[in-house]
Design a binder for this molecule. Structure first.
Ligand code: BTN
Length: 227
């Protein structure tokens, strides 16, 4: 699946390192000093987590749905290890109501950069993060190499399926795992929109039943509506 592979002890951000490498490269790091999340947020990247970025050529089928397809492949990987993952639209994987993985997809002129941060062996997080790790849930310690090899199998299968069958082949399994499905949520785009989360569209958009009827959204962050 990849033509070149680097595993580094500490980097600023694997998304930064991958920029200067040819497409179909993979960079893994044990720590990041400036891990990046969506919308300019920081990604907490201390020892214990697995931080990786890879690049793909532009123009793959249904490219805009990559955040969901990658999150879905991570969820398949976690399920194979005995977890019950949920997907928070549009790019997060949750376990027991807390974030365990974030996906960042950035499009450059000639390539797409996909970054994945997974909390494997961390024993705690700052309380405001509402994050968890595989270790906090299962009590086990995960070997990073073994985990990475399993994850790469699921990513490769997911990307191959996207190329062959398109995003619509993922829609049902993502909806079955969708966090907050049928609940009243607030979508910040960034101005707040309230609605019942109905599911996702054929193009990966979010479907919200609002007071003005069923609406589709391409971007935004969802939270449960505070009661
Ligand atoms: C998010 O949830 O906002 C996305 C988080 C993505 C974090 C990963 S860790 C590996 C790669 N390098 C980064 O700096 N960010 C991504």
């Amino acid at each position: 699946m990849f033509k070149s592979f680097l595993w580094l002890e500490e980097v600023s951000s694997t998304q930064q390192v991958i920029r200067s490498l040819p497409h179909r490269s993979l960079v893994v790091a044990n720590r990041q000093t400036s891990g990046r999340g969506r919308q300019g947020r920081l990604w907490h990247s201390q020892e214990g987590g697995l931080y990786l970025s890879f690049s793909l050529p532009r123009g793959i089928k249904d490219e805009g749905t990559l955040p969901l397809v990658v999150a879905s492949s991570v969820a398949d990987c976690l399920e194979s290890l005995g977890f019950l993952p949920a997907i928070k639209w549009v790019n997060d994987v949750y376990l027991r109501g807390k974030k365990v993985c974030g996906v960042l997809v950035e499009g450059l002129k000639d390539k797409i950069l996909v970054g994945i941060g997974i909390n494997l062996n961390q024993e705690g997080f700052p309380p405001d993060l509402e994050a968890t790790s595989l270790r906090l849930i299962s009590g086990k310690t995960y070997n990073k190499v073994d985990f990475l090899l399993t994850l790469l199998d699921f990513l490769s299968a997911g990307l191959d399926k996207l190329e062959r069958l398109g995003f619509q082949s993922f829609k049902d399994s993502i909806e079955n795992r969708l966090l907050f499905k049928d609940a009243e949520v607030i979508l910040y785009i960034p101005e707040p929109r309230v609605g019942i989360l109905q599911g996702i569209g054929e193009d990966g958009s979010l479907l919200l039943m609002t007071q003005e009827g069923l609406k589709r959204f391409q971007v935004g962050d969802i939270t449960l509506r505070p009661l």
